[in-house]
Design a protein around this ligand. Structure first.
Ligand SMILES: Nc1ncnc2c1ncn2[C@@H]1O[C@H](COP(=O)(O)OP(=O)(O)OP(=O)(O)O)[C@@H](O)[C@H]1O
Ligand SMILES: [Mg+2]
Length: 329
């Protein structure tokens, strides 16, 4: 598994006088989420669409599993690559089940296998199949439609998933929820995801690696941690913004700092603790603690049972560490 699954090898795309992507060199490893970010027009979508050959490079090559992506027919390539776009692109006249089943049907799967796969995927993305299977897209909310889009991209179980601002049109709460769901889904399906966004919070939250682009060039390709604390230049620094401490808290999972739960009464004393799920970050824990007078915060598992505690002192220590880093850098 040491060979990267996607390699951009000196890739340039020129339109007439405009260089949309300028000598892009970048490797993405199996099972990782790589997030492209940068100002409008910097070449994110063009980079993404060259992977599945909706756009052909002017020069350079893209390798998938070590093979140039133009060594097979585009249709074959695209079967291995799920694609989710902003605005979803569902077919209005097809039901949810028909939309999700498009690729399996093209591949000639038997009907029963398609039906099972559709139900499995709807469940995976948090839509009850019995309720939603036969609905039409217009009968769903924006967030639900976006879930169907994700289910459709996963239908033929492609190893690679391309997502171009998939949550861009959603309200902040729905967006946050779908981000959490994508993280959960990714733990199950373990795809290689290439994700485009404008939103640095989204990038930090979802990415194993962030690729920051400017004017068609790759400015920095690094872990969220390194982008936060070791920005390559002033452009990156400005892009990351000022509240680095909060962003860094968003990179620390609560399970990594929680004290294991103890038996006995659910809440100590006569107060009710704020709770965060095990999958939350210290950013969530801080906000829960603030809402509760900075008292200890309970970490709860999926059934709502206390799995452990984020102690006030521990939270403050982590905060102080990050603040001293902020001052030092
Ligand atoms: N088909 C095309 N013909 C001419 N120019 C194009 C074409 N597609 C993209 N471009 C130009 O290439 C540049 C990069 O476009 P691209 O869509 O990759 O940007 P982007 O980073 O995805 O931007 P946004 O964040 O606004 O979606 C832009 O200047 C755009 O105008
Ligand atoms: Mg774009």
């Amino acid at each position: 598994m040491s060979q990267p699954i996607i390699v951009f090898d000196g890739v340039t795309k020129t339109y007439a006088a405009k260089t949309a992507v300028d000598n892009l060199n970048l490797e993405i490893n199996h099972g990782q989420t790589c997030v492209f970010i940068g100002p409008s027009g910097c070449g994110k979508t063009t980079s993404l669409r060259m992977i599945n050959r909706l756009v052909e490079p002017t020069s350079g090559r893209i390798l998938i599993d070590g093979k140039p992506n133009d060594s097979a027919r585009p249709e074959e390539l695209r079967r291995q690559i799920g694609y989710v776009i902003q605005g979803v692109g569902l077919f209005d006249h097809l039901t949810v089940a028909q939309n999700v089943g498009i690729v399996p049907r093209l591949l000639g799967w038997p009907k029963q296998r398609i039906d099972e796969r559709v139900d499995e995927l709807l469940t995976l993305v948090g839509l009850d199949p019995a309720v939603n299977r036969n609905k039409f897209p217009r009968q769903l909310s924006g967030g639900e439609q976006q879930r169907v889009g994700v289910a459709r991209a996963l239908a033929a179980d492609p190893p690679i998933l391309l997502m171009d601002e998939p949550f861009g049109a959603l309200d902040p709460i729905t967006r946050e929820r779908l981000q959490d769901e994508l993280i959960r889904i990714q733990q199950v399906v373990k795809k290689t995801i290439v994700f485009v966004t404008h939103d640095i919070h989204e990038a930090i939250k979802l990415a194993d690696r962030i690729a920051i682009m400017r004017n068609g060039r790759l400015v920095q390709y690094d872990t969220p941690e390194a982008i936060l604390w070791r920005p390559a230049d002033e452009f990156v620094q400005e892009f990351v913004g000022t509240d680095r401490v909060l962003k860094a808290l968003g990179l620390i999972p609560v399970w990594s700092v929680m004290e294991p739960g103890e038996p006995g009464p659910k809440w100590p004393g006569d107060w009710t603790a704020s709770t965060v799920p095990v999958a939350a970050t210290l950013r969530d824990a801080l906000s829960a603690a603030i809402a509760n007078g900075m008292r200890d915060t309970a970490v709860v598992d999926e059934r709502g049972a206390v799995a452990g505690w984020i102690r006030r002192e521990r939270l403050l220590t982590v905060l102080e560490d990050l603040q001293s880093r902020e001052v030092a850098s």
